[in-house]
Design a protein around this ligand. Structure first.
Ligand code: MCN
Length: 723
């Protein structure tokens, strides 16, 4: 029997229905008598809502008719697209027509759009704010003053990790069905248990305590479907109120305006270096534009900025750092988690500091990393309070160095032909895999093994990896394993798929539950055969003893006859998290005439410990790296100065297509394992974190100019080339 852990198994659980068009998404769920909900959204970024007039006889509800919900505007709209009211009709088109007839009287207020303006506090993003700076934090370690006193060179700059719009293929949507006692909600969410808990909190005062949330197939999320949004809660309430099934689905423009945006942090810094490029200290202010001041949201999101500040040390020996962190309210869509959530910003900032330092000192970008890198760590606490479980950082650089030199040679050949070519490097400093995960593993009477997970994967392929883990323990083919997930009825506890957690934490729960079930089954066989469990051999899905043998199906039936239920549930808690890392290297060519950037080569050297399924993990590297490249080269969120989202659909907001897709090579290093039963670390976010600075550095190297903003649009490059 082949070892299953480590085998590149195709997505046997997820793909058959998806590639034959049979996968069921929220939009495919239709009940007779469904009412369609369309939301009336604020046209203004900032306005008082003076009145809302519903069309005569329409099923129309404003915030005043509805329970208090996070994010629903009652008196003051805080961003364009904020829901104000909802209409219901028997079909989607009628509902959209009705929505257009709702009259909202606004009193426009000055919109605070630019974060620098917000800091001046002339206008406030919400009438009752005394300052737009709604949250603050400070991170300070070591002696920053003496670091600057001893500096050979001080580099000062502002680097911006721009606002991006998570662009999952499927916008958010949900269907709510109330049968008189029980509420069932199908949602394009990545957080079924969070949604269930919120709905119970909200609706128990209306007598609804029994709630089931189901996640059908979800067309991606990238962190933006973690929050519990007002729309999901409202349609659930309306299903209870009207007794009718309610369905809602965002258009792309609604999605762009009302689903959390990501990133939007900037660092104003000065950094002290010695002659060789050793980073002696960093001092600065990290400003996060939180977007709309909705307290319940921004108190959470600000954690991304405080994490970014603490992760500014990267994998380097940084002993002096002083950073003020400011959370600033504006009248734009609120910021929330987006692939990496705080770690991309941290990696971007520290990698930019190193490259700007290298350029100022005339030191090679790879060498400056060799000067500053920590050799290796084991259960290491950074001076800023982060934790790295294990890592062989210098060895990683050693492995990657020949490739860097190969790309330098290729770059120089291109340059010799008169081309603008550049090489970029970045070390990704990631922390991943958090919290608790639960799994139940059971043996069915026909000998199949069923794994139930409390996680909510939505494109990553974790279900196939779970099947591999169970198959490994039971020494059977993966095709003998069934995996279920994404339904609060299946298991009583669960966690959201985010923070690159599902394989490491959820997989460890599957692993531990499988081992415990196998031990339980050994006891059943022992009792049946009248022998001690230790005397029984197991392989290939069969228990062997000289007194007889039993298949898994026999054992399941025997267990049931004995009154032993052949299942085990296990909750695994990771303490505190894993710390994957890697170095990414790219070669780009910039077209002198048009300013277009072409990525010629891209290679990722990543260490995520044990890889359960290299095909799935590499898939994450391909998609993630392209997403990171996209932030460096294409994605730009533009607001008018009044706060209208200009880039409100895919004709204005650029994401890469197959034409821009890049061939990404992946080298899994597996030098340092985690302490989890699987020895794995998360990979879901790492490549997206690494790719942005890697590409920016390559473009900078190609054009020979410092770049402080992203994306590096052709017009920006041409301007820099001509400056
Ligand atoms: N894997 C593995 N060995 C490891 C680590 C991971 O084989 N050591 C495999 C896993 O089996 C899984 C995949 O790699 O198939 C990613 O696993 P993991 O790193 O645990 O990440 P999660 O499954 O928790 O996914 C979350 C992560 C995040 S946080 C975002 S955001 C993101 C991402 O995954 N959003 C995605 N990748 C995405 N991919 C798709 N298609 N869609 C999204 O919305």
């Amino acid at each position: 029997m082949p070892r299953e852990i480590g085998r590149p198994v195709r997505r046997i659980i997820e793909d058959p229905s998806l590639i034959t068009g049979k996968g069921r998404f929220v939009y495919d769920i239709d009940f007779k008598g469904t009412l369609y909900a369309v939301f009336i959204r604020s046209q203004y970024a900032h306005a008082k809502i003076k009145s809302i007039r519903c069309p005569e006889g329409a099923l129309c509800y404003t915030a005043k008719d509805l329970p208090d919900l996070i994010g629903l505007a009652k008196e003051e709209a805080l961003y364009q697209g904020q829901p104000l009211a909802v209409v219901l009709a028997e079909d989607e088109y009628k509902a959209r027509d009705l929505a257009e007839q709702v009259e909202v009287e606004y009193e426009p207020l000055p919109a605070v759009i630019d974060v620098e303006e917000a800091l001046k506090n002339v206008n406030k993003a919400k009438s009752d704010l005394s300052s737009n700076i709604v949250l603050e934090d400070n991170v300070e370690i070591g002696d920053v003053d003496s670091a600057f006193k001893n500096a050979y060179k001080v580099v000062e700059a502002e680097v911006i990790n721009q606002r991006v719009i998570p662009s999952a293929m499927e916008p958010r949507g949900a269907v709510a069905y109330f049968d008189g006692r029980r509420l069932t909600v199908w949602s394009s969410t990545q957080n079924v248990f969070g949604l269930k808990d919120t709905l119970i909190q909200l609706l128990s005062k209306y007598g609804v305590n029994d709630v089931r949330v189901v996640q059908p197939f979800v067309g991606g999320a990238f962190g933006s479907k973690i929050y519990i949004y007002p729309e999901e809660a409202l349609i659930s309430y309306l299903a209870v109120l009207t007794g009718k099934p309610i369905k809602w689905f965002n258009t792309r423009t609604e999605e762009f305006m009302s689903t959390n945006h990501g990133r939007d942090m900037r660092l104003k810094f000065k950094a002290a270096f010695d002659k060789e490029g050793k980073l002696l200290g960093i001092e600065g202010t990290l400003i996060m534009d939180l977007g709309a001041p909705i307290r319940e949201i921004y108190e959470d999101s600000f954690g991304m900025a405080t994490t970014a500040a603490r992760l500014l040390v990267g994998r380097y020996k940084v002993n002096a750092l002083k950073v003020k962190v400011l959370g600033v309210a504006t009248n734009k869509t609120f910021i929330g988690p987006y692939r990496g959530a705080g770690r991309p910003e941290a990696t971007y900032f520290v990698e930019r500091i190193l490259n700007l330092g290298a350029r100022a000192l005339g030191v090679d970008q790879f060498e400056i990393r060799e000067v500053n890198i920590i050799d290796e760590v084991s259960h290491y606490n950074t001076p800023t309070g982060m934790y790295y479980d294990s890592g062989k950082y210098r060895e990683t650089l050693k492995i990657a160095k020949p490739f860097y030199h190969e790309l330098l040679r290729k770059r120089d050949e291109l340059r010799a032909k008169g081309k603008l070519a550049g090489v970029g490097v970045a070390i990704v400093s990631e922390i991943a895999s958090f919290g608790t995960g639960t799994a139940r593993v059971q043996l069915t009477p026909n000998g199949r093994i069923q794994v139930v997970s409390g996680f909510t994967p939505h494109g990553q392929g974790d279900a196939t990896a779970f099947a591999q883990i169970a198959a490994e323990i039971f020494d059977v083919d993966v095709s003998q394993i069934d995996v279920l997930w994404g339904d609060t009825d299946l298991i009583s506890h669960g966690s959201l798929t985010g923070g690159s957690t599902t394989l490491t934490v959820g997989g460890s729960a599957v692993y531990e539950a499988s081992i415990r079930l196998k031990e339980k089954l050994l006891r059943v066989v022992g009792e049946k055969l009248g022998v001690r469990p230790e005397e029984i051999e197991y392989s290939n899905g069969k228990f062997y003893h000289k007194k007889g043998e039993m298949s898994l199906a026999d054992t399941a039936r025997e267990a049931l006859r004995m009154g032993v239920y052949p299942e085990e549930e296990y909750s695994y808690t990771i303490r505190p998290y894993t710390s994957p890392y890697g170095i990414h290297i790219a070669l780009v060519e910039v077209d002198r005439e048009t300013g277009f950037v072409k990525v010629l080569e891209y290679k990722a050297f990543d260490d995520v410990g044990v890889v359960v399924n290299p095909l799935l993990a590499e898939g994450q590297v391909h998609g993630g790296a392209l997403q990171g490249i996209s932030q460096a080269l294409y994605e730009e969120t533009v607001y008018s100065k009044e706060g209208s989202l200009i880039t409100s659909n895919f004709s204005d907001y650029v994401i890469p297509t197959a034409m821009e897709a890049v061939k990404v090579e992946w080298k899994s290093l597996a030098l340092a394992k985690s302490d989890t039963p699987l020895g794995s670390k998360g990979i879901g976010e790492l490549p997206a974190i690494a790719a942005t600075p890697t590409i920016l550095h390559a473009v900078e190297d190609a054009i020979g100019k410092n770049i402080y903003i992203m994306p590096t649009k052709p017009e920006l490059i041409l301007k820099l080339l001509n400056s």
